[in-house]
Ligand binder design. Structure first.
Ligand code: SF4
Ligand code: SF4
Length: 103
């Protein structure tokens, strides 16, 4: 790397080192995942592309003989629905989770 290019601050160990100026005002949504295990064909698109690393593949098989995803880090889901858009089998979708204490 050329010497005169700026680099991220040393203190920034996280994936996102720049904190947005209005971060305190933005409410981060939380998603509730629904996985239709019987439809999954184990392509892993949802696991690979989830920006929050919510999913991982189960060691178990569905009735078709494919590994399927499980929500290993469910609280991190932000309901972006990327997994839903990418799944070629319509086997996963996400809805907005209800707030604790609401209803
Ligand atoms: S909705 Fe977004 S954050 Fe949640 S599991 Fe799907 S891709 Fe990941
Ligand atoms: S993208 Fe769909 S078919 Fe592929 S592993 Fe995820 S749930 Fe299964």
């Amino acid at each position: 790397m050329p010497k005169d290019l700026p680099t991220a601050p040393d203190s920034a160990k996280s994936k996102y080192w720049r904190k947005p100026l209005d971060a305190d005002k933005v409410k981060i949504p939380h998603g509730e995942l629904h996985i239709i295990v019987s439809r999954c064909k184990g392509c892993m698109f949802c696991v690979e592309y989830c920006p929050r690393d919510v999913l991982e593949m189960s060691e178990d098989f569905n009735a078709k003989g494919y590994h399927y995803p499980i929500a290993e880090n469910d609280p991190a889901c932000v309901n972006c629905r990327l997994c839903e858009m990418l799944c070629p089998e319509f086997a996963i979708f996400c809805t907005e989770a209800e707030e604790e204490g609401s209803s």
